[in-house]
Design a protein around this ligand. Structure first.
Ligand code: AMP
Length: 133
């Protein structure tokens, strides 16, 4: 059965898309820790990041760097925090989170709420920034 993220890649489930290449996809986390909290995934469905083949693994981090730079150019922050957890969705994903303190990476915190319009607006801004890099 396809993961929820594979369904997002195929357009079967909606997402706030930020960027896409032939092999990778980036979209806003629906329960964000910060505005612009983005998930970066390989289209290839592999649960655990360290089980990715070498080419997909290195390509994913290269893609994440570009997406991260786009996010930080749009959302004011000290830097981008990156983490891989994957206990909820069994499809490798890198969290890209604009942070100002270590507290901003605390997944036990209440998640932020944004309207669909706010999600769309920030996704569009990040997407435009990504396309200029
Ligand atoms: P984890 O697997 O622990 O890294 O957490 C999965 C992350 O995916 C969480 O931050 C969720 O908010 C996020 N998530 C789950 N479903 C969706 C979805 N349909 N669209 C965007 N983000 C999602």
């Amino acid at each position: 059965m396809s993961s929820i993220f594979s369904k997002i890649v195929k357009g079967e489930i909606p997402s706030y898309k930020v960027a896409e290449t032939e092999d990778f996809f980036a979209f806003l986390d629906i329960n964000p820790l910060a505005q612009g909290h983005t998930l970066v995934i390989p289209k290839k469905e592999v649960d655990y990041v360290f089980d990715l083949d070498e080419e997909t693994y290195t390509g994913l981090w290269t893609f994440a760097k570009k997406v991260g730079k786009a996010v930080e150019s749009v959302v004011p922050c000290k830097r981008i925090g990156i983490t891989v957890i994957g206990l909820e969705v069994p499809h490798t994903h890198i969290h890209i989170i604009p942070i100002n303190s270590i507290y901003d990476m605390d997944f036990k915190r209440d998640k932020l709420k944004f309207s669909a319009q706010e999600f769309h607006s920030v996704a569009n801004k990040i997407s435009k920034a990504y396309n200029k890099l």
